[in-house]
Design a protein around this ligand. Structure first.
Ligand code: HEM
Length: 83
């Protein structure tokens, strides 16, 4: 495996793990929001607590979404020749 490929694999793993951790933070924030609404203690900053991880999830999620397309296209263009 080339150096750049190894670096890219590390980045991909990091993005996937970040997406996973953000999903837990987002889920916790949604629970906090629901409780706050039920107790009529909702504030805008509590809403932001959920929106910030969700926004970050959107970008890491988009990266994960296009990843298979990029990998497939690259594999096709090198047409299986070992480098
Ligand atoms: C905001 C827009 C989001 C986009 C565009 C998005 C996109 C993706 C994509 C493309 C994958 C990879 C799927 C695969 O490899 O089969 C993924 C994985 C995942 N997503 Fe999202 N996602 C979003 C939001 C969320 C939210 C809101 C949650 C949960 C609260 C979530 C939880 C997860 C989890 C747990 C995984 C699996 C991660 C792993 O491999 O360990 N995502 N997402």
């Amino acid at each position: 495996m080339r150096f750049e490929d190894r670096e890219e694999a590390r980045l991909n793993k990091w993005i996937r793990q970040t997406h996973r951790w953000l999903s837990m933070a987002f889920t916790a924030a949604v629970v906090v929001n629901v409780i706050a609404i039920a107790e009529k203690k909702y504030t805008n900053s509590l809403g932001l607590l959920a929106v910030v991880p969700l926004a970050l999830q959107f970008f890491t999620g988009l990266y994960l979404f296009v990843l298979p397309c990029v990998t497939r296209r690259r594999a096709r263009s090198s047409s299986g020749t070992a480098e």
